[in-house]
Design a protein around this ligand. Structure first.
Ligand SMILES: Cc1cc2nc3c(=O)[nH]c(=O)nc-3n(C[C@H](O)[C@H](O)[C@H](O)COP(=O)(O)OP(=O)(O)OC[C@H]3O[C@@H](n4cnc5c(N)ncnc54)[C@H](O)[C@@H]3O)c2cc1C
Length: 418
């Protein structure tokens, strides 16, 4: 049977594209490598408790995600952090927030020529400790050593974050698996699981898509997968050089996420330089790429989440789970004291080198790549369309970006089929 569209990938982008096509009565299938939908959105559920292993936070300007959470039967809850809560470093100095805010001005210093993100710090941040702190923050946010990253691409990505609010103000009242199941329902009998696509061949009147154990034919193809995963697929005949180079411009991130549940939120009256403060975040200058956030929802359990990104995540991924957790808890106690050892539950997820989804929150453009690679890949090539959170016109790298990109790409595919 020939389909109008084959969507590759059942993450938020692919499922959202599927929903868009379904509403228009198009014949389509979604081919997914993994045995489950959701990609980098995955809640591990137990009786009475769940942990988000991947995407978790949103804000109210992220209108697609806000709507999906409600459509999936949940509410939007505030993250339990007050305006006066502070961000500290491991040296327990207050007000590192004002240092971190300097990164906004930093990107104004970029000229015509692209430079490495790390070089931008050297040029525009005089204080070596401030440089270290910002580098650490970016290693966590981008999940990649800033030495490797294009500062122009990051500046463009930040411009596309179209909200003045923090990205962590809200969360769903229940597991995000509900959003995934809600979206999956639109394409229920159209998703083929456990079938990594290895090759796409152009045929006389469309495409032949070869997965591990099947062959599909369609008029158009939506690759709803990270650009790094799209660059692993064989295209026959090859793609134009511009598109191939744009795909190769991206590098996967590396991230480990650990969440602890505590009986008492002892970090909410925390003494920093003889003043009592409520903590919202700890950022470690050493080791690079580690932050800890108060991830509790208002009126819910007391939780802290550690994000370990970049080179530190790559190193830790090779350790045993016990070694990793002991290391993480020792970092917590270094700042919060021995109380941090007495948690009642915890969960960790290691995304480093995850096949198909990429190893971090998202992929980023390398300094050696094409800085506007995302813009290039947003344009269809014949009836081949790329879609993923990285490529989204708005909120790239976030769940919101993935949904918007999927919806947008489905619309473009419909136009191409006319
Ligand atoms: C630890 C962590 C924390 C995060 N926290 C947040 C957060 O708090 N807020 C937020 O907004 N975002 C967060 N994100 C990012 C967010 O989860 C992603 O931006 C979003 O889910 C990406 O969706 P996607 O559909 O573009 O890609 P993916 O989720 O990567 O989906 C791609 C799908 O394609 C499949 N696939 C890939 N290659 C092939 C192939 N060859 N054949 C068939 N199938 C294939 C994959 O298996 C996968 O299912 C986080 C991510 C992680 C990992």
């Amino acid at each position: 049977m020939e389909y109008d569209v084959i969507i590759i990938g059942a993450g938020l982008a692919g499922l959202s594209a599927g929903k868009g096509l379904n509403e228009n009565g198009v014949r389509y299938k979604i081919i997914e490598a993994n045995s489950r939908p959701g990609g980098k959105v995955y809640s591990r559920e137990y009786t009475g408790r769940y942990f988000e292993l991947g995407g978790q936070f949103i804000n109210q300007d992220m209108t697609e995600m806000t709507r999906l959470v409600k459509d999936a039967g949940m509410e939007i809850h505030e993250t339990d952090v007050t305006e006066d809560a502070v961000i500290i470093d491991e040296r327990k100095n207050t007000d590192v927030e004002s240092i971190l805010k300097a990164d906004k001005k930093l990107f104004k210093g970029i000229g015509e020529r692209d430079i490495r993100l790390s070089r931008l710090y050297e040029k525009y941040i005089a204080d070596s400790y401030h440089r270290k702190l910002i580098s650490s923050q970016h290693s966590e946010l981008l999940n990649i050593n800033p030495e490797l990253i294009s500062s122009k691409a990051i500046a463009a990505m930040m411009d596309r974050y179209i909200s003045s609010k923090s990205d962590t103000t809200h969360q769903a009242s229940g597991p995000l698996n509900n959003v995934v199941s809600y979206l999956e329902r639109f394409s229920k009998d159209k998703i083929m699981y456990g079938q990594p696509v290895a090759e796409i061949a152009e045929s006389k009147d469309g495409y032949i898509i070869l997965s591990s154990n099947n062959e599909y034919r369609s008029k158009a193809v939506i690759l709803a997968i990270p650009p790094t995963a799209a660059s692993q697929i064989t295209y026959t005949p090859g793609l134009p050089e511009k598109i191939e180079n744009a795909l190769k411009s991206f590098k996967d991130g590396a991230v480990i996420k650990i969440t602890w549940v505590f009986e008492e939120a002892f970090w909410r009256s925390f003494s920093v330089q003889n003043e009592v403060h409520r903590l919202k975040e700890i950022i470690y200058s050493e080791p690079e790429g580690i932050t800890v956030s108060d991830s509790s929802k208002s009126g819910d359990e007391n939780r802290l989440t550690m994000f370990i990104g970049g080179d530190t995540a790559i190193k830790l991924a090779d350790k045993t789970i016990d070694e990793r957790l002991e290391y993480a808890v020792s970092l917590l106690t270094e700042v919060l004291g021995e109380k941090a050892r007495y948690y009642i539950d915890r969960e960790e997820s290691v995304w480093v080198n995850a096949p198909y989804t990429g190893g971090g929150y998202s992929a980023s453009v390398l300094y050696t790549g094409i800085f506007n690679a995302a813009q290039i890949l947003r344009q269809p090539y014949k009836k081949l369309l790329f879609s993923s959170s990285e490529l989204s016109p708005d909120f790239p790298k976030f769940m919101e970006g993935a949904v918007r990109s999927g919806k947008h790409t489905a619309k473009k595919a419909l136009e191409l089929l006319k």
